[in-house]
Write a protein that binds this ligand. Structure first.
Ligand code: C2O
Ligand code: CU
Ligand code: CU
Length: 431
């Protein structure tokens, strides 16, 4: 924190080497290290400022996924950082506590730079959330769980190539959690909060525990749910986050897994899209004595309540192939303008036979309904990225409260990174 009270972060994007397997090290990239980056943490209302130095040796950018941020600070494809240059975004944190993340966003290169390892978690705190009795000791009972799949070639190098016939992009057969293969963690408390981030390029996970125990979903992309939702499975597509609280028994060892299947990944064709793949993700080794903690509160936050009585515009988006509404991303074309202070409802449908997802910069949205019915429980909280199961229309309500800027567009896109790079992205400005 500097003299003016601004929280200052120095970030250096760089190339490096990481030893995942015996034999040659893997050429990787990271932020302030060889693979992945530090967890950034800031409080609602705080001013934050960054020096983002690009030591990667090629142009890249750094985007704050989920952040309500002025468009010129967003780190999207227009805020590129040339090799050796430093970018200095700053803004005031103006949103509730949530688990966000950062990653590169250079158009056409996002998949490659993210696969090499340039990403990290960005946690926002606020007083209301701190006052709840949720596990919140970072690294003890509040753990970041950044999940990525990777393919290694015979020389131990990352192979991010897209398989012949695969629809989604690069699918790896080994799982990294926080950059570690075959990970485990010690557990010393009965309840543990996991901040799950699907930071994979293409893979969709269906998380659950080895013994199918129930856990509580307490937060989604944009913050806490109104109330915990008890479940045994949770599906996350690339870019989505979830906060869950799980209870452990003294002395036990168990695993978080990804089960095959899940919405949009069942039936014909699912196998080539990873729907048949199962993984152990993270092992938990509980101590013989566990510190007891209070139960998860029954009331967590406020349910999303976007006022749709006065919707300025309804828009529709059809995702198919690598296009949105029949067009691919063009850096020089702004697709539309929204009015500052207005509420919009976006109807989004994937008319392909395989999954896409949909992410909007700058805002958190409320899923009003899915295929005309109520949004399922995991989509009832604030979201910024949502899986699009084929042929279902998702109606998303969002408010563009401020930050008008005619010169800097925000992005909306499929977060399967190969799709995004190949053009499944559009741009809007707030005026
Ligand atoms: Cu996670 Cu446009 O980004
Ligand atoms: Cu984003
Ligand atoms: Cu897609």
């Amino acid at each position: 924190v500097d003299a003016a009270g601004t929280r200052v972060f120095d970030l250096d994007i760089r190339a490096g080497e990481t030893r995942f397997h015996d034999g040659p090290a893997t050429r990787t990239a990271g932020v302030n290290g060889a693979f992945l980056g530090p967890t950034i943490r800031a409080h609602r209302g705080e001013n934050v400022a960054f020096t983002v130095h690009n030591g990667l040796g090629e142009t890249t950018s750094l985007h704050w996924h989920g952040m309500h941020v002025p468009a010129a600070m967003d780190g999207g494809p227009h805020q590129t950082v040339a090799p050796g240059e430093t970018w200095t975004p700053k803004w005031t944190v103006a949103q509730p506590a949530a688990t966000l993340w950062y990653h590169p966003h250079l158009h056409g290169k996002t998949a490659e730079h993210a696969y090499r390892g340039v990403s990290g978690m960005f946690i926002l705190d606020d007083d209301d959330t701190a006052a709840l009795n949720l596990p919140d000791t970072y690294g003890v009972d509040d753990l970041p769980v950044i999940v990525q799949d990777r393919d290694f070639d015979d020389g131990n190098q990352f192979d991010g190539s897209v398989p012949f016939l695969g629809n989604l992009g690069a699918l790896g057969d080994e799982i990294l959690v926080n950059g570690v293969l075959g990970p485990y963690t010690e557990v010393s408390t009965r309840l543990v909060r996991l901040r799950l981030l699907n930071a994979s390029n293409a893979r969709i996970y269906d998380f659950g525990f080895a013994d199918d125990r129930r856990f509580s979903l307490v937060g989604t992309d944009g913050g806490l749910l109104a109330a915990p939702w008890r479940t045994t499975r949770l599906q996350l597509s690339p870019g989505e986050r979830a906060e869950i609280v799980v209870a452990f028994r003294p002395g036990e060892t168990t695993e978080l897994r990804s089960y095959g299947g899940g919405e949009g990944l069942e039936g014909f064709g699912a196998r080539i899209n990873g729907g048949a793949d199962r993984f152990d993700v993270l092992q938990f080794r509980a101590a013989d004595r566990l510190t007891d903690t209070t139960e998860v509160p029954a009331v967590l936050g406020a349910a999303p309540d976007v006022d749709t009585d006065d919707v300025a515009r309804a828009r529709s988006f059809e995702l198919a192939g690598r296009e949105i509404n029949g067009a691919r991303m063009d850096m020089d074309r702004v697709d539309f303008a929204v009015r500052e202070g207005s509420t919009e409802v976006w109807e989004v449908v994937n008319t392909n036979g395989y999954p896409h997802n949909f992410h909007v910069h700058d805002v958190r949205f409320q899923v009003l309904d899915v295929a005309g019915g109520a949004a399922p429980p995991p989509l009832r909280g604030w979201k910024d990225t949502v899986l699009l199961v084929p042929d279902r229309t998702y109606r998303l309500a969002m408010r563009f409260s401020d930050y008008s800027d005619p010169d800097s567009p925000y992005m909306y896109h499929c977060h399967l990174l190969t799709h995004e790079d190949e053009g499944m992205m559009g741009q809007f400005v707030v005026l």
